[in-house]
Write a protein of this length. Structure first.
Length: 507
């Protein structure tokens, strides 16, 4: 018979084998599916804590955005993220996202909670088709298919997480024979719309690499028509040096396409903040930047830093202590205050638009310290001019930005955001891909699904964020979103599919 010591040794060896087998199982995940859950009350080696600390009170998010990491033992193709949460009344929208591009800090955002839509769900007529909903102030359509077949005017429609094909035509547009140069340097990534009719798409970007950060600084440009990529260019950072051994800092990127149909085109330039687009030269007369313009600090350039925007609210931030300033916001058409400043900056008052929400007075936005985002507090007019005192400031908003009235146009359909008001804006229809949250007592539960195949991963970790637009920790009122639980369900190829892929030559 075995003595006690041998029995104990067998027990320890068996336990060790089981532990090793379990760890290998967790690392390999042979079934292709695994779920991680955290309520933040105990240590979790897979789902990290919500950060940064200054935007958190315990598990309550009080500043936008908050982040958490997900450590994965292997590659997965998709993630289903379920949040259990409570919201304060002042929170309009919550979205979750996974990091797609670390260089441009781009997240793929999906809806979690939308108070604007939740309110309309209880008031308006509702049609459903899967996760797609159509909200109507008056019931004029009997199905979503009927709506899509014969949609109302776009100014009556608002969208959320839905891509409605908009065959926008700019009335009376004629191509120009004048070459336009945008000489205000822009830092990092940007996107803009342009319009073509019987002309080539032609853009020359003159780019400077500041070489302030280590590593390569490539530049990518994509051209989209009706939300489909039709062309792309890549400008590599080959590290070429001149005869003195100094890296070449200037590069040139050219886009030139012929025989394109009339319509709206989107151009997206992706780069990190080491890249400054010193100027853009084009034959196109319409250029409207999407959601943001990051004006590089270039005091030697005196032209074109003032902007036109249709944003409901704007935000401004600088990282330069010597670029603090007060931005004057003048409504259009220009009358009274600010008129001389507008004329002196070649901002011709050629557009006459209906005021938004009765707001017509000029206002200001003061940037009083660096590394802090400042926002307007009231709804801006339908079209505003931003008169800047200095460069080196990042301007963002929920609309479009141009460097002149003649360049501005708006081919977009209204998107539902924190500033949305159907009554004030005359919206009669809302089309959305959205599922209202489920309820568990005082908690709400929402799920978002993410494609991980092209998501950024470093050291076996994915980065996720929880976005609450407009939420600011510095207000000190403690409003926000309390996270009770995060559950992540991962899916990927199982062991047998992996073996099959290897044998067939696929990764």
């Amino acid at each position: 018979m075995l003595n006690f010591r041998n029995k104990l040794r067998i027990v320890w060896i068996t336990a060790l084998i089981i532990a090793v087998f379990w760890l290998v199982w967790l690392a390999v995940v042979p079934g292709g599916k695994i779920t991680y859950i955290t309520d933040f009350k105990s240590f979790n080696d897979f789902i990290g804590r919500l950060t940064p600390a200054e935007r958190m009170i315990g598990n309550k998010i009080i500043g936008d955005p908050a982040y958490f990491s997900l450590r994965v033992p292997r590659r997965f193709t998709s993630a289903k993220v379920t949040l259990k949460y409570q919201v304060d009344d002042s929170v309009p929208i919550i979205e979750a996202g996974v990091l797609q591009d670390q260089r441009t800090w781009q997240y793929n955002l999906q809806p979690i909670y939308n108070a604007k839509i939740n309110e309309l769900l209880g008031k308006w007529n509702v049609l459903r088709d899967g996760n797609t909903i159509l909200l109507q102030r008056q019931k004029n359509f009997s199905s979503i298919a009927d709506f899509l077949k014969n949609p109302p005017p776009t100014e009556k429609i608002a969208l959320y997480n839905y891509d409605l094909k908009n065959k926008f035509v700019l009335p009376g547009y004629q191509p120009t024979n004048n070459l336009t140069t945008l000489c205000r340097p822009l830092q990092g990534s940007f996107q803009f719309y342009t319009y073509l009719k019987n002309e080539n798409l032609s853009f020359d970007f003159f780019i400077e690499d500041l070489n302030q950060n280590s590593g390569a600084d490539p530049v990518d440009a994509q051209i989209y028509y009706q939300d489909q990529e039709i062309s792309a260019e890549n400008l590599v950072d080959d590290g070429f040096a001149d005869d003195s051994g100094k890296n070449i800092t200037w590069r040139h990127l050219r886009l030139d396409l012929a025989n394109l149909p009339e319509g709206v085109y989107k151009i997206a330039l992706s780069a990190d903040n080491d890249i400054v687009t010193r100027s853009i030269t084009t034959w196109q007369s319409k250029i409207a930047f999407i959601n943001k313009v990051n004006l590089a600090a270039a005091p030697e350039v005196s032209c074109g830093r003032n902007l036109i925007t249709n944003s409901h609210q704007i935000q401004a931030q600088t990282v330069h202590a010597d670029k603090l300033q007060t931005i004057k916001i003048v409504p259009s058409p220009f009358q009274g205050e600010g008129q001389d400043e507008v004329k002196n900056n070649n901002l011709t008052p050629t557009l006459s638009l209906v005021r938004r929400g009765g707001q017509a007075a000029s206002t200001t936005l003061a940037i009083t310290e660096p590394f802090t985002q400042f926002s307007t507090t009231s709804t801006l007019p339908a079209l505003s001019n931003l008169i800047l005192q200095n460069d080196g400031v990042a301007i963002s908003g929920d609309g479009l930005f141009s460097f002149g009235v003649d360049q501005f146009f708006n081919p977009t359909i209204r998107k539902i955001d924190a500033n949305f008001s159907a009554d004030k804006e005359g919206i009669d229809y809302v089309l959305a891909n959205y599922v209202a949250p489920a309820h568990d007592g005082h908690w709400m539960i929402s799920t978002a699904e993410f494609d991980l195949q092209n998501a950024y991963r470093q050291w076996n970790k994915h980065s996720f964020l929880i976005s609450v637009p407009g939420l600011k920790a510095e207000t000190g009122n403690g409003a926000g979103v309390t996270i009770g639980e995060i559950k992540v369900e991962l899916s990927g190829t199982n062991f047998f599919e992996k073996i099959k892929n290897i044998l067939s030559g696929n990764k």
